[in-house]
Design a protein around this ligand. Sequence first.
Ligand SMILES: Nc1ncnc2c1ncn2[C@@H]1O[C@H](COP(=O)(O)OP(=O)(O)OP(=O)(O)O)[C@@H](O)[C@H]1O
Ligand SMILES: [Mg+2]
Length: 370
Amino acid sequence: MNLIESSVDGIIAADMKGNIFIFNKGAEALTGYKPEEVIGKIHITQIYPEGIAKEVMRKLRSTEYGGVAKLLPTQFNVVNKAREEIPIHLSAALIYDGSGNEVASVGIFTDLRPRIIMEKKLQETHLQLVGSEKLASLGKLAAGIAHEINNPLGGILIYASLMMEDLTQEDTRRGDLERIVQEASRCKEIVKSLLQFARQTEPKMEPTDINRAITDGLFFLENQALFHNIKIMKKLDPFLPLVRGNGSQLKQVFMNIIVNAAEAMVGNGTLTIITSLGPDRKTVFVEFTDTGEGIPEENLTRIFDPFFTTKDVGKGTGLGLSTSYGIVEDHGGKISVRSKVGEGSTFTIELPVHQTTQPTLERQLVSDAR
Ligand SMILES: Nc1ncnc2c1ncn2[C@@H]1O[C@H](COP(=O)(O)OP(=O)(O)OP(=O)(O)O)[C@@H](O)[C@H]1O
Ligand SMILES: [Mg+2]
């Protein structure tokens, strides 16, 4: 009896009428019922969802699930005291008297919740690993291509510009050449983005005011048509410490995310921007929440890939987020996303605080107080 009582697994035995007569501590932990609430009071069918107790008996009597009178571990749900269903593995046996009549059934119930949680965590870690590996190899590929393209592109730009200088103002070929220069410059921008994603450019790192980078970025965007019907709520922590970073690169990251948000809201909705200092005071958090269309789950692992876009040809290159990813990684930070289709998305950026400097505002307050 002690062995049964002290088992971590739930052990429950019932007679052939379904009256429970053994209900150990494990069963108590699993179901939330105390033995005295169960023994002689609750029918075995009540600890299963409807029809399951019958199915267990049928499987026990059949030869297919581990031999007659036996049931090898099979997944079912049990219903606990709070009427919630809990996934379990059940192994069970029928017990006979001396003349071969069925007298009782006994089941061992293993709670599957810890295992399910662990499996989910493992799967998530695996996905993250695959994701970062994929991005790393994509980065190498991108950097290789970008380097190769950079030189001939430089040539195109220089020679086209030289030719343009030779032409008179009236020359009709001027327009064509201007077009060549324009398009080649666009290619150069793309190459630059790719190099940034692959972290092949070395930006100057200095103490940077994140609130300022956001405000500067917004200044450029706010007056554009896309933003006319978008409400922007700023909750910027005035005591935010500086981060070690490159202001113009971070501004670019914020602008990419803000433009994406506006595009996801099709020019109508609310964008909330929050900056805050993490509880360990070593990390600055920047959060952008939109009320846009959201991102389907199957795309969540792809949006940081270079050239991944759901926008029409000519509207999006799919480089905004991959570039931003590269820049944030370069800053020793992290970028992540949460989203629900139809409700909106939140992009969060974490950046390490600059170790030796104080935030401008705090510094000023301190000097004012002197
Ligand atoms: N806030 C958002 N809400 C919904 N979807 C988003 C959001 N931000 C990004 N996405 C999705 O991620 C994709 C990739 O974004 P990314 O910024 O990298 O490229 P893009 O906006 O399509 O093109 P580009 O930024 O190069 O012009 C988008 O096409 C869109 O599907
Ligand atoms: Mg974009």
